[in-house]
Design a binder for this molecule. Structure first.
Ligand SMILES: [Mg+2]
Length: 377
């Protein structure tokens, strides 16, 4: 079998409701992704998805398309897609960075290989330990009353873990938000705070002191991605585990976070981390040092979410709480059928071959802003 054609589709779909993140990212109205179709000469098609979001990642949908056309595709065309490890190493040697583009390719190769062997991708990753996983939901930056109203809706679905997005408002207001939500829901709810790099170290200290005594499951990425020393200082004062998201892109970041004793949890996103092979390697670094994993998500559609689920279900060091498998629900639509795995606040791991996700061609056409086809000459 040989790869003979690669198609790229830059899609854009509005959120169901505008999504307010931190100072760094502002309020988002549409999610963008690049869908990959990797075609073979035997008619098999592998699906991949890149979820770049500048300035979270250093890529954009356009840069994903350009680097794929100019650098990645010329090396993949004519190759055997079943040689996943060989192709991964070849691209490691020839492409610097561009991990969301690389991740989409890695997902598509796993999809083709799983379909060729008639097994789900999780079986290729060692087999599943979890057949279903509770979902963690994120709420936008909001007032305490808005937080409580949106969390009540989620709890009706069965949700028991919520990630409050912080880092956009003054810290004194963020403290009030957390205390109000905690008082209202008491022990029925596990709370995670994600500041998305929005704080200085002293602001994180103020937050920790302000919410002391208020049970909190985890704080994610309070400070800038490069500030491992800051993370370490915050961890030393934090009453709850600290997670790295933006600070954890490559396996070398994972090694540095461990060396610095900077965090307790790695927040893995298969698109951000460059695919399933690299995501699994990062999870194993965490396992070796007794760190836990939050399976987290960018603003993802069903292909990345499926890939993330196939990886997450194989991990023995998943945090004992919800994980981010509800990304398609916060969008007004999706180009895949991934949503069928979600019931209430639980996601069921699919056992069909490959990634187990199907593209809706009509919707793909409807939401495509730019299409590119790269063929083997
Ligand atoms: Mg995060």
């Amino acid at each position: 079998m040989k790869i003979d054609r690669i198609e790229l589709f830059h899609i854009s779909i509005p959120f169901a409701k505008p999504y307010a993140l931190s100072k760094a990212y502002g309020t988002l109205r549409d999610a963008h992704a690049v869908i990959f179709k990797v075609h073979t000469d035997e008619g098999a098609v592998g699906l991949g998805e890149a979820d770049p979001m500048n300035p979270f990642t250093d890529e954009t949908p356009s840069s994903v398309m350009v680097v794929t056309k100019d650098v990645i595709a010329p090396r993949l065309l004519g190759q055997d897609p079943l040689q996943v490890a060989t192709l991964e190493r070849m691209l490691d040697q020839s492409v610097h960075g561009n991990l969301t583009a690389r991740g989409a390719v890695n997902m598509a190769l796993h999809d083709i290989a799983g379909k060729a062997m008639g097994i789900p991708v999780h079986a290729m990753l060692g087999g599943r330990l979890h057949s279903e996983i509770p979902i963690l939901w994120g709420t936008s930056s909001a007032t305490p009353a808005e937080d409580i109203a949106s969390i009540e809706e989620l709890m009706h679905l069965g949700c028991r873990t919520v990630m409050l997005k912080m880092g956009a408002l003054p810290v004194s207001q963020e403290i009030k938000r957390l205390i109000s939500v905690r008082k209202y829901f008491e022990d029925d709810l596990s709370l995670v705070v994600d500041a998305n790099q929005g704080w200085e170290v002293v602001e994180a200290f103020t937050f920790i002191e302000g919410v002391r005594g208020c049970p909190l499951q985890m704080i994610e990425q309070p400070v800038k991605h490069w500030d491992l020393e800051g993370l370490k200082r915050i961890r030393q004062r934090s009453p709850c585990p600290l997670s790295a998201d933006e600070s954890l892109v490559t396996i070398h970041d994972a090694a540095n976070l461990v060396r610095e004793k900077a965090v307790d949890v790695f927040s893995i996103k298969v698109s951000k981390n460059g695919g399933l092979t690299k995501g699994k390697a990062i999870a194993q670094v965490a396992q070796a040092f007794d760190l836990k994993i939050l399976m987290n998500s960018m603003l993802e559609f069903g292909i990345t979410q499926a890939a993330s689920l196939h990886l997450g279900c194989t991990l023995s060091n998943l945090l004992d709480m919800g994980h981010a498998y509800g990304s398609v629900v916060r969008m007004s639509d999706d180009v895949t059928d991934f949503g069928q795995n979600i019931s209430g606040a639980t996601v069921k791991v699919p056992d069909t071959a490959g990634l187990g996700v199907r593209l809706d061609e009509k919707k793909l056409k409807q939401y495509t802003k730019e299409h590119l086809e790269i063929k083997h000459e």
